[in-house]
Ligand binder design. Structure first.
Ligand SMILES: Nc1ncnc2c1ncn2[C@@H]1O[C@H](COP(=O)(O)OP(=O)(O)OP(=O)(O)O)[C@@H](O)[C@H]1O
Ligand SMILES: [Mg+2]
Length: 204
């Protein structure tokens, strides 16, 4: 980094930006195997929060690779850089007062910890989609497990690349046992309990 780059503070603080939105900024980081329900639940929560009048932004898997990260591939180095940039972008969005939802497999503990460390305590909420591999593989919504089993995709998480399960996730959801509505109730409950949102009224 150049030695001539100085940090400058904004006149409108992040707290002020959040207060005007009647919420506290945070990042809900969905992690789990492909097909575990990250996109489904993150999107449903995005809708539920929007209906309640909250200001959110959703960052989801492949979309980020079309733009911001289109120069990155799937080497170990590029995967780390992919998550690092997503973390930094999420940080900018929370600085603007938003509740950010991100849905990336993010299989490695060290990468998730790197993002967690960008945030003040309580603002990084790890949501572990603890859906069994067998269920994810039965669902196979993108047909990727089939290809991985046939050897057409290599280094596929859960098949021939490891998934390091979080040990202390703030929220754990097993979508083989919980409906989408159950998951949303749990997440809204968590946000209310922590004072990150202040009311649960979709008619507001
Ligand atoms: N209770 C449930 N919660 C979430 N998804 C469910 C549930 N029951 C069935 N499904 C289905 O499981 C699939 C989950 O796929 P989804 O795309 O959300 O996974 P993902 O974790 O985002 O995977 P990827 O990492 O490949 O993007 C969807 O087809 C969804 O309809
Ligand atoms: Mg997804």
């Amino acid at each position: 980094m150049s030695s001539n780059i100085l940090w400058h503070d904004h006149k409108v603080t992040r707290a002020e930006r959040a207060t005007i939105k009647h919420q506290k900024p945070c990042l809900l980081w969905f992690t789990g195997l492909s097909g575990s329900g990250k996109s489904t639940i993150a999107n449903a929560l995005d809708v539920a929060l929007y209906q309640r009048g909250y200001h959110t932004f959703l960052l989801d898997g492949d979309n980020v690779r079309h733009g911001l990260n289109k120069d990155l591939g799937f080497s170990d180095e590029d995967r780390v850089e992919n998550i690092r940039r997503i973390g930094e972008v999420s940080k900018l969005f929370t600085d603007s007062g938003l509740i950010v939802l991100s849905a990336f497999i993010s299989p490695f503990t060290s990468d998730r910890r790197m993002v967690r460390n960008l945030f003040p305590a309580g603002e990084f909420i790890e949501v572990f989609m603890d859906t069994p591999l067998s269920t994810c593989e039965d669902r196979d919504p993108k047909g990727l497990y089939k290809k991985a089993r046939a050897g057409q995709i290599r280094d596929f998480t859960g098949i021939d690349s490891p998934y390091e399960a979080p040990e202390r996730a703030e929220v754990r959801l097993d979508t083989s046992a919980m409906s989408v509505d159950d998951c949303i109730d749990r997440l809204i409950g968590y946000l209310l309990e922590r004072g990150l949102i202040l009311r649960n009224d979709s008619s507001a």
